[in-house]
Write a protein that binds this ligand. Structure first.
Ligand code: PLP
Length: 286
């Protein structure tokens, strides 16, 4: 689908198949674990629900890719499945990660508690300032990981500096853009290699499912898919259906949320019982 289309059009139409008259306008839920498969030597090409290639996975992937402006995308069983599977794929054996301080609790916990037993290394860095990261580099550093807005403190990293640093040192740049959504930020346009989402939050928007997304170029997304196929964090087709439906109102919801959040933040900032408000839309935000 043409990149020239506005996001409010893309959320509805992007990634949807061409439809003949009489065809349903919504993607049906394919409750089939197996699909007829042509003889193939490649395990990952077998049409099977866990291998992330059912029609529900593929059509939702096409929509997610279009919304982030990526070549390809993958839907996962949760945001944490997207994050852990991507990190395991990118870091490889003995890899080391530079990670922003103050990340979402689940991600922080995975890095802090599980990395060591997996043979992976990490260093926490202050990503709001574009310096001091060189000292944290090791020969085995493979990637740098930030959140668009950290959950819950809403810190904003110097995203352009992160991309520049990653390119200069041949690191894979990864951003969890859950809190920004494609309405507020296009990390791939900034030069990030991989965008992750907890679709449980704004992408779905109705608090009735858990899912995640991985977006990037086709080669990297296929590598993550192969790890995901082995780890088993695939989304259920009913979840894909609900997420595809939720995405259609993403633009309208986030636009309205931006307006009300700013109004509430301004009101709180003036409140005599409130010491400090963290909201990146405020002039006072660090
Ligand atoms: C919620 C959240 C996650 C984890 O997502 P789940 O869908 O709950 O696994 C990851 N990153 C951020 C920023 C989140 O807010």
């Amino acid at each position: 689908m043409s990149d020239a289309l506005s996001l409010e059009t893309k959320v509805v139409h992007a990634g949807e198949p061409e439809r003949e008259p009489g065809a349903p306008v919504c993607v049906p839920v394919y409750h089939s674990t197996m699909f007829v498969t042509q003889e193939s030597g490649d395990y990952h090409a077998i049409k099977y629900l866990r291998l992330n290639n059912s029609p529900n996975h593929l059509q939702l992937g096409a929509k997610l890719a279009a919304l982030e402006g990526g070549e390809a995308a993958l839907v996962t069983a949760s945001g944490m499945a997207a994050i852990t599977t991507t990190l395991l794929t990118v870091l490889g054996r003995g890899g080391h990660l530079l990670a922003q301080r103050g990340l979402y609790g689940g991600t922080h916990g995975f890095i802090e508690h599980d990395f060591e037993s997996l043979g992976l290394g990490h260093t926490w860095v202050d990503a709001t300032r574009g310096d001091g990261w060189e000292e944290a580099l090791r020969p085995e550093t493979r990637a740098i990981y930030v959140e668009a807005l950290t959950n819950p403190k809403l810190e904003v990293a110097d995203l352009e500096a992160v991309v520049r640093f990653a390119r200069a040192h041949r690191l894979v740049s990864i951003i969890d853009s859950t809190f920004a959504t494609p309405v507020n930020l296009n990390p791939l346009k900034l030069g990030f290699d991989i965008v992750l989402h907890s679709a449980t939050k704004y992408l779905n928007g109705h608090s009735d499912l858990v899912a995640g997304a991985v977006v990037g170029n086709s080669e990297i997304v296929e590598r993550v898919r192969r790890t995901l196929n082995h780890l088993g964090g695939s989304a259920d087709p009913s979840v894909c259906f609900l997420l595809q439906r939720g995405l259609k109102t993403l633009w309208l919801r986030v636009e309205a949320q931006n307006r009300s959040a700013l109004e509430i933040a301004r009101w709180l900032e003036k409140h005599r019982r409130v010491a400090r408000v963290n909201y990146p839309g405020l002039e006072s935000h660090l």
